[in-house]
Design a protein around this ligand. Structure first.
Ligand SMILES: [Zn+2]
Length: 125
């Protein structure tokens, strides 16, 4: 049995959109290279979507290993050109992946951090 607790429905019109661990998702198909990627099915709204939808990997045709290398280099502070040379992808690919990952990280932050504590430095000004 696949653990789908980290996934949520990606259909914005669904009553369970964005809710994790509700148990309404199941694996209905596999696709992609060597059938490694899962298609998920939402019991609530009857929609199907890729397990990669809503992630920085969605729609990316590069091998996952290469994408992970791009993120690893960026995380270590390598610039766009350095990363593109080291991984063997174009600079535009690095920029695109970086922007997608940043957007995803922001959404995750906004979901997981209900509110930020008041910044004590703000009162000083
Ligand atoms: Zn749904």
């Amino acid at each position: 049995m696949d653990d789908l607790s980290r996934f949520c429905c990606q259909n914005e019109k669904c009553a369970d959109f964005g809710k994790r661990g509700t148990g309404q998702l199941s694996v209905c198909d596999h696709y992609g290279p060597r059938q490694q990627r899962r298609m998920l099915y939402c019991l609530t709204c009857k929609s199907r979507f890729s397990e990669r939808k809503g992630t920085a990997l969605f729609g990316c045709h590069l091998p996952e290993e290469k994408i992970q290398k791009v993120f690893a280099h960026l995380q270590e502070g390598c610039g766009v050109r350095k990363t593109s040379r080291l991984v063997g992808v174009t600079a535009n690919t690095v920029v695109r992946l970086s922007a997608k990952a940043g957007q995803h990280a922001r959404q995750t932050h906004d979901e997981l951090v209900a509110f930020s504590p008041a910044d004590p430095r703000a009162a000083v000004r």
